[in-house]
Design a protein around this ligand. Structure first.
Ligand SMILES: Nc1ncnc2c1ncn2[C@@H]1O[C@H](COP(=O)(O)OP(=O)(O)OP(=O)(O)O)[C@@H](O)[C@H]1O
Ligand SMILES: [Mg+2]
Length: 258
């Protein structure tokens, strides 16, 4: 059975797609067969960051234009990618629970992967909450900004109320120092725990790094660039913290906790 790691945030633009692509490349390199799934149906970015032009994507699978296997593309180094689509018609939005069938197929007996990294869309939609309830590891990307706090809190609250999700790994992105990251995490964690019976685990930080930004602009994941050994070590350390953090039993019961 693969371990499903979903990278979410509530707020948009916090670095989910950049982190998901880099994490997936590192897992493929160091840990086992890995699939990156872009679950942002309308504004997908993963294939752009990996400079990939897939023949088929997740929408083709959902609309039965190809099989799941046909839609999975390979990038250098053996990483598999199930791309979303950029500029898809809003009609696709009406597909109910788009990722559930795909995730169950990937988890099934014929599943070919050890790890599935899901790049989630921003927001707290029901589809996203269902995807998080089907994930072994829920990773929340947080910035040292009030708007990021509020949106991450809203996502966690909805995940708990709707599906009883209690375990979250929290990763601070675009911070200045480790001390700042830990201080922001402590503040966020104590605020969330004052209102919700959930557990947040600090799993590391990524500094604000012009090279990461430049790599995204050039459509290259930073771990594919040579000579970035400190960032690579940091991504590996974060992945190992995420895998060691307490995780959710899969919560397939759709009963809301009200
Ligand atoms: N650690 C970092 N340092 C500097 N820039 C970063 C860092 N992480 C991400 N970025 C930049 O932040 C921007 C947003 O990143 P990204 O698209 O990955 O965010 P996102 O959370 O996936 O956005 P969306 O919610 O729109 O899907 C990009 O320009 C990216 O290069
Ligand atoms: Mg994104």
């Amino acid at each position: 059975m693969p371990t499903v790691i979903t990278i979410a945030s509530g707020k948009g633009g916090v670095g989910k797609s950049s982190l998901a692509a880099n994490f997936a490349l590192r897992l493929q390199k160091t840990s086992g067969r890995t699939l990156l799934v872009d679950s942002d149906l309308l504004m997908a970015n993963s294939h752009i960051l990996l400079d990939l032009k897939p023949e088929f994507d997740l929408i083709d699978v959902l609309q039965a234009r190809c099989t799941l296997r046909e839609a999975i593309a390979l990038v250098d180094g053996g990483l598999s990618v199930l791309a979303g689509r950029t500029g898809a018609s809003v009609a696709v939005d009406k597909v109910k629970d788009p990722l559930q069938g795909v995730l169950s197929q990937l988890r099934g007996p014929k599943g070919a992967f050890d790890y599935i990294v899901v790049d989630a869309p921003a927001g707290a939609s029901q589809d996203l909450i269902n995807t998080l309830a089907n994930s072994d590891r829920v990773v929340i990307v947080l910035l040292a900004q009030a708007t990021s706090f509020v949106d991450a809190y809203a996502l966690i609250k909805n995940c708990y109320m709707e599906r009883g999700i209690t375990q979250y790994s929290v990763l601070l992105n675009m911070v200045k120092t480790e001390a700042q990251a830990i201080a922001v995490f402590e503040n966020f964690s104590s605020t969330v725990k004052a209102f919700l019976p959930v557990n947040l685990t600090y799993t590391g930080h990524v500094e604000h790094c012009p090279e990461i930004h430049a790599c995204s602009r050039k459509c290259v994941a930073i771990v594919r660039m040579g000579g970035k050994s400190e960032q690579i070590k940091n991504f590996d350390a974060i992945l190992s913290q995420i895998q060691r953090a307490p995780h959710n039993a899969l919560l397939l019961d759709p009963t809301p906790r009200t």
